[in-house]
Design a protein around this ligand. Structure first.
Ligand code: DGL
Length: 258
């Protein structure tokens, strides 16, 4: 019998921040990770484009004995999850990011408290975080900040560049001025920048990965052996290089054409 896998997808290496928490929580499961580096960044694409890229990935998962999919991408969860859920219902169980973790993100906050969201343009424009948070507590103020450019810093390893630091400072300046004491890392690439964030602004940074992994763990039940396969849709060697500091990829990253 062929092994069963959990499918994990993102536009690039960002979703590895989710995969590492999934693997910590469930080291006995098998995983297939796809980084759609051919189409990165998703955050500046239209909802229809993001839907069509991710639909191809889910079709690939279906052919490879995946029954559960974790959307390790806020942008996809924000702009394409509803359509994907509809399209693949009865065939795949899909765990979206934002919808799964909104209540954890605001845990302990009271009416009138402020929370800042750092995210891609598409996520900010979708207002999905606001919507999900306000369904739980409509009195929490969400300050959403479009951080276009952060994904490229991570994917291209531009951490040391002055331009990168200036961009990060300009966004965190907005957080500081807003008075928010908690910040949602609303793009799976951003946990890799959090050490830089902390040096610039001392607030609480919420990484959705841990809460998402716990939720998935509570709902998934199959026996595996801890195998992880990595794929990217262009330049697998570059993917491996960018992933290096975040995830110890043992074997090769394979190229897939979708
Ligand atoms: N890492 C993804 C997210 O969480 C996508 C970033 C992008 O490709 O723009 O939104």
């Amino acid at each position: 019998m062929m092994n069963e896998y959990i499918g994990v997808l993102d536009s690039g290496v960002g979703g590895l921040s989710i995969l590492s928490e999934l693997y910590k929580a469930m080291p006995d499961k098998n995983y297939i990770y796809v980084g759609d580096t051919k189409n990165i960044p998703y955050g500046t694409k239209t909802p229809l484009e993001v839907y069509s890229y991710t639909k191809e990935i889910l079709n690939y998962f279906l052919k490879n004995n995946v029954k559960n999919v974790v959307i390790a991408c806020n942008t996809t969860s924000a702009v394409a999850y509803d359509e994907l859920k509809n399209e693949f219902k009865d065939r795949l169980k899909i765990f979206p990011l934002i919808q799964s973790i909104a209540s954890c993100a605001i845990e302990g906050l009271k009416d009138k408290d402020k929370i800042a969201l750092l995210a891609t343009r598409a996520t900010v424009n979708s207002k999905k975080y606001e919507q999900e948070i306000h369904e739980i507590n409509s009195k929490i103020e969400v300050i959403s900040i479009d951080c276009t450019g952060f994904v490229e810093i991570v994917e291209n390893r531009l951490y040391e560049e002055d331009k990168s630091i200036d961009l990060i400072k300009s966004k965190l300046d907005k957080v500081e001025k807003s008075g928010a004491k908690r910040v949602i890392l609303g793009c799976t690439h951003y946990p890799y920048l959090v050490d830089i964030f902390r040096k610039i602004l001392d607030v609480e940074y919420f990484n959705p990965a841990i809460s998402l992994a716990q939720k998935v763990k509570n709902e998934i039940n199959f026996n595996g052996n801890g195998e992880i396969k990595f794929y990217s849709t262009i330049n697998p060697d570059e993917f491996k290089k960018s992933a290096k500091t975040f995830f110890d990829i043992k074997g090769n990253v394979e190229l897939i054409e979708l």
